[in-house]
Ligand binder design. Sequence first.
Ligand code: FAD
Length: 485
Amino acid sequence: MNKCKKYDVIIVGAGVSGTAIASAMAPYNLSLCVIEKTNDISNGASKANSGIVHAGYDAKPDTLMSRFNVRGNAMYPGLCERLDVPFKLIGSYVVAFNSKELKILQELKERGEKNGVPDLKILNADEVHSNEPKLNPEIIGALYAPTAGVVSPYELSIAFMEHAMDNGAELSLENPVTDINRSDNGFIVKTKNDTFEAKILINAAGAYADKIHNMVMEPSFTLFARRGEYFLLDKYAGHSVDHVIFQCPSELGKGVLIAPTAHENIIVGPNAEDVDDPEAVETTQNGLNEVWGSALRTLPNLPKEQVITTFSGMRAEPSTGDFIIRDYDEAPGFIDVAGIKSPGLSAAPAIAEYVSDLVKKHIHLVEKDNYKPERRKIIRFHTLTHEDKAKLVKNDPLYGRIICRCEGVTEAEIVDCIHRNAGAHTLDAVKRRTRSGGGRCQGGFCGPRIIDILSRELNIAKETICKDSSASRIILGETKGEGKQ
Ligand SMILES: Cc1cc2nc3c(=O)[nH]c(=O)nc-3n(C[C@H](O)[C@H](O)[C@H](O)COP(=O)(O)OP(=O)(O)OC[C@H]3O[C@@H](n4cnc5c(N)ncnc54)[C@H](O)[C@@H]3O)c2cc1C
């Protein structure tokens, strides 16, 4: 029988919530493991979302969503600097097409002020159109929130996990939690491959957080799946808009937005469709038509020829209507971080701060002597001057080999992302860390070369390398080997 692995803290789920909590616990002397069912970090909602760090005027006052959104938003600039994550403070507009919508803007402004969002301002039509000249001329005003930003959501989750591991945390991938029992010391956590024991068990399992909760306690909430589909446009469409542009919100959410991404693409979406299966992350013709049609209302000349890919993400909508972040007297040491719908990405740093305080109620935490607050900087070759590039190539010729032509990613950057803590093992994992394969050709050119690099660096057969999930093998066999002509 496998030995039981013992930790002070186990976190179920390596999305932005789980990894942010792991990173927030990094200053303390404790043993911690993040258990994740898929083969990489950020494979759930944290991979496929709008990447907006919301200012915080959407959520109703006195909810956990509003509280953690506003606090999280304020934490972002410093956090992204410390962990070297792409983040841009570009501000957002909610646009109004008629007097009814102008009234909604006023309500959003008042709500935002109650929530503590700074510097909200209603702009008139002239101000809107002089700042965003490509928007529909029928727009008559906008709510401007200067504290909204954009972040690369998967790079943030990866950075959180890497930072936690640099400080001693462990990560167990492809290891779904299947059962949980109470023990004298806390919780026995059974997974596909192992048995773990933890004093503190944190449930950050995204769309499956209700299932994990029900393994420990009586059911008290349910989650349902709401899909959102997107278009991603090439960088050449980069200056279509300079701010995050929202339409007026509806019952189903914040509506279709158009925004520059942290990497200067343009993102367009999402719609909101309730579905039965949380794994149904395919895109659909109907969904994409709905998104594009709605976006054209905001930006009539949105350049469709610049679309390089489409994708969808799955919201975990809680039956309670608010985040469920709490501990329980009936199960001391068990903490739910559930129902983390939007603005969960914006709120993640503040949620993590709060959860680490909850953990302190249950175990005595002592600060480490050798805590590393910063993540080792990532060299992003395409952002450097010619002189700096030349210096790097002189020291390491792998910087002289461009693997991804679309995004200008070098072999040295790919090798680095494989060997960091929480490193890449698949093509998509390399893409999420370096952007190799994220440009116009979507990996058509660099894909085979990245397979070679992964195989060489990890010393594994090319046939075992996957695009994304472990079911997505790329090379199935030889076509031109001996005797196969
Ligand atoms: C379409 C869309 C747009 C959004 N836009 C924004 C936005 O612009 N700004 C914003 O602030 N928020 C946004 N959000 C919300 C944000 O993406 C989520 O709040 C956030 O990603 C939730 O992170 P999480 O870690 O809680 O969940 P997830 O990222 O889903 O992570 C949960 C993890 O748990 C793992 N897991 C599940 N079951 C098990 C198990 N049994 N054992 C082990 N592991 C398990 C999963 O594989 C997954 O990796 C959006 C969400 C969607 C879907």
